[in-house]
Design a protein around this ligand. Structure first.
Ligand code: MBD
Ligand code: FE
Length: 285
């Protein structure tokens, strides 16, 4: 058998990897135990679905198509993808709308904790022949009062130039384009990486089937994923975007915000591009 490459990427492979990662994430322990809350939320969800059936006069054929599709979402391991693309943005909004510091965005299905840690300045782990435009990503982490956070950590993960994530597409080194970076004594970080490509969610699984059937598109604009943390501060989960990407205005995951747009400049080194973005974290109240 020959080694797998990204040409072997399928919805089921990335979906099942995302499902397995979620199962082992510890997040499943958060299942609500409060009967009143479950009653409220489950009743509202069921009522909303029934209202649609009555209002739109949904047929048995459509009901059965829904059943078949929901079964396929599970078979393809695409529940994390489906929920993160079409629902997480509202959950993120509720979770963070009290913040005075940085705007955040959704985590998405492809975060992996405990990436190798490096002291900034650093180069993220990548293949020797990693394709794409070199990107120097730098900035400072501060608290809402303006003080630099010297004990902050910047976790960065993103797709490669073909739009693939390590650990979710086959044939990519485990920690490729994933890293955890410790800032310097002034809260500054400098990370060398590669500019990611726009990302198309898998078209050959249940989510892709829905997108095609509904006449939508499957694209997210190119993005960097980040988790920025510091002692005594709320964890910031964010994404940053590149000006001019055609999908900045119609992200399938509704996760773009104007505050998350990068300012991309030619690199001082003469090779590639660079950008400076400062993060402001809210102290834990
Ligand atoms: C991604 O890369 C992503 O960031 C989200 C939110 C959903 C699917 C793929
Ligand atoms: Fe992503």
């Amino acid at each position: 058998m020959t080694a797998e490459t990204t040409a072997d990427a399928t919805a089921a492979k990335s979906g099942n990897a995302a499902t397995d990662k979620f199962r082992s994430s510890g997040k499943t322990a958060a299942v609500a135990a409060d009967v009143a809350r479950v009653n409220l939320l489950a009743s509202k969800l069921i009522k909303a679905a029934n209202d649609i059936v009555l209002e739109e006069r949904v047929t048995y054929d459509e009901f059965n198509a829904l059943k078949a599709w929901l079964i396929k979402v599970g078979d393809d391991g695409e529940w994390p993808l489906f929920l993160d693309v079409w629902l997480e943005h509202s959950v993120e909004e509720v979770a963070t709308d009290h913040r005075e510091g940085n705007k955040g965005s959704i985590e998405g299905p492809y975060y992996v904790p405990e990436a190798p840690t490096q002291q900034s300045p650093a180069t993220i782990s990548m293949r020797e022949d990693e394709k794409g435009t070199k990107l120097l990503f730098q900035g400072q982490v501060r608290s809402t009062d303006g003080s630099p956070l010297k004990d902050a950590k910047v976790e960065l993960w993103h797709a490669d130039e073909e739009g693939f994530y390590s650990q979710f597409a086959p044939g990519i080194p485990e920690w490729n384009l994933r890293g955890s970076f410790l800032v310097d004594s002034e809260g500054n970080f400098q990370i060398n990486t590669m500019q990611p490509a726009p990302y198309q969610i898998p078209t050959d699984g249940a989510c892709g089937q829905l997108i095609a059937a509904a006449g939508w598109h499957a694209w997210r604009p190119a993005h960097l994923h980040l988790k920025v943390s510091a002692p005594g501060h709320e964890l910031l989960t964010a994404q940053l975007y590149f000006p001019g990407d055609v999908h900045n205005d119609d992200d399938i995951a509704t996760a773009v915000k104007p505050e998350l747009m990068l300012d991309i400049q030619p690199a001082g080194s003469g090779n590639g591009v660079q950008t400076t973005y400062d993060f402001v974290l809210d102290p834990v109240k």
